[in-house]
Design a protein. Structure first.
Length: 248
C-alpha cells in the first residue's frame, strides 16, 4: 500500500478518495479547477512515492503561489476607517451586501459573506490591518489556494476549510487566510493576516507565543513555506499539477 497524505494525515488510497470526494476537491487542481490528469494519474502524483521521486510539487507550488504570485487584492489602508455611530462589523456587513453577499469558490461554490462572519472574525481578535483585510476576503476565497481542510472541526459537527492568498496593504505584502465553515451551506467564518517577510523569518518560539488561532495559521503556512527550496523534477501546469510526459 502506497501512503498518501490528506492535509498532513496519512491515509489509504480509498480513504483519500473518500475524503477528497466529501471535501469537494476530488479531481480538482490546486486552484480548484478540473484536473487535466486522469483519475489514476491524479491519485498517483499525490502519493509519497511519486513525491519522493519527483519532488513535493504540491507544497512547492503552494509556496511559490503565496510568496511570488500577484496579490489577489491591493488595499490602500483607508478601508473601514472608524465612523462615529457605526461599528466595524456594521461597515463590513454593508460592504458585503454591496458585493451581493456571496463569494464564489472554485473549490466549494457559493460562500456566504455576512455580518455573522464579520462578527465571528472580530471575536478572534482584531487589529487595524486585519480590519482593512475584510476588504480582501472575497478575492481570497475566489482566487486563493486551499491550504487546510478539517472534518468535524473540533467535534462541532461541521467541516472547515482554509484558503490563503497574497494581498497588499499600503504596499506591504501579507498572506491572508480565510476560514470557510461547511454545513448545510458554506459561510465565511474568520480571516487572519500574516506579514509575509515576518512569517518567512519566524521561528517555532515566535509561533508558540501567538494566540491559538493565529498560531495554527502560522504553523500551517510555515510548513508550506518550508518547501521554498525544494527541487521539483517535472513541469507543472497552470492549475498547479504535474505535466506527465510519456516517459514518466
Amino acid at each position: 500500500m502506497v501512503p498518501i497524505l490528506f492535509f498532513g494525515e496519512e491515509t489509504t488510497t480509498q480513504l483519500f478518495i473518500n475524503n477528497c470526494t466529501k471535501a469537494g476537491i476530488y479531481l480538482k487542481g490546486l486552484h480548484g479547477l478540473p484536473t487535466q490528469l486522469t483519475p489514476q494519474q491524479w491519485i498517483w502524483v499525490r502519493t509519497s512515492s511519486f513525491k519522493d521521486t519527483y519532488g513535493d510539487w504540491e507544497n512547492w507550488y503552494k509556496c511559490k503561489f503565496l510568496l511570488d504570485a500577484k496579490p489577489v487584492s491591493a488595499l490602500n489602508g483607508t478601508e473601514f476607517e472608524p465612523i462615529p455611530g457605526k461599528t466595524l462589523t456594521e461597515q463590513v456587513s454593508e460592504y458585503f451586501q454591496e458585493l451581493g453577499g456571496i463569494a464564489y469558490s472554485p473549490y466549494f461554490g457559493n460562500v456566504i459573506l455576512d455580518k455573522k462572519g464579520a462578527d465571528d472574525s472580530l471575536a478572534h481578535g482584531m487589529g487595524r490591518k486585519k480590519a482593512i483585510a475584510y476588504a480582501a476576503v472575497k478575492d481570497v476565497i475566489e482566487k486563493g489556494i486551499l491550504i487546510d481542510y478539517d472534518f468535524n472541526h473540533k467535534g462541532r459537527n461541521y467541516n472547515s476549510a482554509v484558503i490563503s492568498a497574497p494581498i497588499i496593504i499600503k504596499e506591504e505584502r501579507f498572506i491572508c487566510s480565510v476560514v470557510i465553515t461547511k454545513m448545510q451551506d458554506n459561510r465565511f467564518y474568520l480571516h487572519e493576516i500574516k506579514e509575509q517577510k515576518k512569517l518567512s523569518n519566524e521561528g517555532s518560539n515566535t509561533v508558540q507565543r501567538q494566540p491559538q488561532r493565529s498560531k495554527a495559521f502560522a504553523k500551517i503556512l510555515q510548513n508550506i513555506l518550508a518547501a521554498k527550496n525544494f527541487i521539483i523534477n517535472l513541469p507543472l501546469d497552470e492549475n498547479g499539477e504535474p505535466i506527465l510526459s510519456s516517459t514518466i
